[in-house]
Design a protein around this ligand. Structure first.
Ligand code: ADP
Ligand code: GLC
Length: 486
């Protein structure tokens, strides 16, 4: 199949969260299965790969509703997968992907509507007819509607769209004028199309017009059909239920692998954990925690947003630090209020807590590798990659029982000594406190169990092999070929 991934994020070029990791790693897995896979994203100001890019000849015409615009198409390769960048300075010369300094850009609707239109017009420009355009989250959510137009480029007549929900909470709202701006007709302004509560809801349009919808774990696929997690679109999802499938994210084992990771001072594996001790020492030195190899380190690497539940960690952290002999290494950025709260705890417990504010790929690997536990008290979590990275790196996740965290972490069973982490049911101060206490007690009082859990976690298979096959089956179903389910 010919598959085009349209995405706002793609590591190593532009990454804000897990979406940036998922797109290239899934694309590479599908490429290795023999498909013709390509990726397209905007050329943001922060991407300085231009010297390694070739310019695709000729300006590309983008047919906006109000007239034509001219964009430049750039091309490079990542692990043999062609990557296209759409260069158009009015919208994409700015540094950020969605915004800067914690604020989204005011014209994100227009920016990503332009991107969607450019993705559609890129296919005739390249004379390449994908069987599937795989769209990801609301910034690419107008593409399915554009493919439903009878005036779309002829080359796309047989192209089907897949829409993957990485996060149900962000819909992309705009005023009615966005339809005309993008070249969509007025009849898309309808509750059965893209209108919701007097605005254009881009996610809603994607859910209505995509041939198939996927989300990033089985549990989340069920959760988003409920009022609690559907953010007002649960009825649309119930209506589309037979076209909705949950496929768990995989991990790019070329990037997140403790035996080969180039960011680590020393590599390690489940069989040889000496290198993990070195990583722990380096982590302590680097972030300024006193050197105590026998004290458990709890790691956090996260976007600092309401979703991640770290306000609850801030509530209990002083009590945890007063009553348990533990250390915390935190890396995150986002909500300034949360940054301040975390830094406030650090200022009071300097020996036990280190907080780094910012986005730091290398340090994120070192925290996964150097910590003993990894804390993710997410309010909701469509899939979550960080807890999978933690397990692969021998750091036991402590997670709230929600979404993909349920699907990927096996709770510790004290009777059998089995499990790969610590799962708690209610997201309350006391439940999180108890879960951290449980992990701490396991570390100090049941070291054999701790090692057994660590071995089980490190040996879990999080590679893409199974999930990529499920995507392949979804594509086949979308283009009307029979599925070959295992
Ligand atoms: P989400 O996509 O909701 O943020 P995931 O767990 O799926 O959650 O993915 C988070 C990804 O972003 C991981 O690769 C994690 O290492 C990375 N990440 C989050 N915050 C930072 C940060 N401050 N610095 C470096 N990497 C980060
Ligand atoms: C989103 C979700 C996260 C998921 C990631 C990649 O950012 O919050 O749970 O792992 O997308 O699919």
């Amino acid at each position: 199949m010919k598959i085009l991934f349209a995405t706002p994020e793609c590591s190593p070029y532009a990454k804000v969260g897990g979406l940036g990791d998922v797109v290239p790693s899934l694309a590479v897995a599908l490429k290795e299965m023999g498909h013709d896979v390509r990726i397209v994203l905007p050329k943001y100001g922060s991407i300085n790969y231009v010297s390694k890019c070739e310019v695709v000849e000729g300006p590309m015409i983008v047919n906006m509703g109000y007239g034509v615009e001219f964009a430049q198409l750039l091309r490079t390769e990542y692990e043999n997968v062609p990557i296209y960048f759409i260069e158009f300075d009015r919208y994409f010369s700015r540094y950020g992907v969605y915004g800067e300094f914690g604020h989204g850009y005011h014209d994100n609707g227009e920016r990503f509507a332009f991107f969607c239109r450019a993705v559609v017009d890129m296919c005739p420009f390249l004379n390449w007819a994908p069987d599937i355009i795989h769209t990801n989250d609301w910034p690419t959510g107008i593409i399915p509607a554009l493919l439903s137009l009878h005036t779309k480029p002829n080359i796309l007549n047989d192209t089907k769209s897949i829409f993957t929900i990485h996060n149900m909470a962000h819909h992309g709202y705009a005023s009615k004028e966005l339809l005309q701006f993008t070249g969509l007709y007025d009849h898309y302004w309808h509750p059965f199309a893209m209108e919701a509560c007097g605005a254009v809801n881009i996610m809603k349009g994607a859910l209505q017009f995509a041939n198939k919808i996927t989300t990033v774990s089985r549990t989340y696929a069920e959760e988003i059909k409920t009022a609690e997690h559907g953010y007002g679109l649960d009825d649309v999802l119930k209506y589309r239920a037979k076209d909705l499938v949950g496929i768990c994210n995989g991990v790019d084992m070329n990037v997140w692998n403790p035996t080969t990771d180039k960011f680590l001072p020393e590599n390690f594996s489940a069989r040889s954990l000496e290198g993990k001790k070195t990583c722990k020492q380096h982590l302590q030195q680097e972030v300024g925690l006193y050197n105590g190899l026998n004290v458990p380190i709890f790691g956090v690497v996260s976007r600092l947003f309401h979703q991640k539940g770290l306000d609850i960690l801030c509530d209990i952290l002083p009590n945890v630090l007063k009553s348990m002999n533990v250390q915390f290494a935190v890396l995150g950025s986002g909500d300034q209020h949360l940054e301040w709260r975390l830094k406030d705890v650090m200022s009071r417990f300097k020996d036990q807590v280190s907080v780094r504010v910012g986005f730091d790929e290398r340090l994120s690997h070192l925290i996964e590798a150097g910590s003993d536990f990894f804390v993710m008290p997410s309010r909701y979590e469509p899939c979550g990659l960080s807890q999978m990275y933690a397990m692969i790196y021998g750091s036991l996740p402590i997670v709230h029982a929600t979404g993909g965290l349920i699907d990927t972490v096996d709770n510790y069973d004290e009777l059998t000594g089995t499990g790969t982490g610590f799962v708690f049911n209610d997201l309350t101060d006391s439940a999180l406190y108890n879960a951290i206490g449980w992990a701490c007690a396991t570390y100090y009082d049941r070291p054999k169990d701790f090692e057994k859990l660590r071995q089980s976690a490190m040996k879990k298979d999080f590679s893409w092999s199974k999930s990529a096959k499920e995507y392949e089956n979804t594509y086949l179903a979308a283009i009307g070929k029979s599925q070959q389910l295992d």
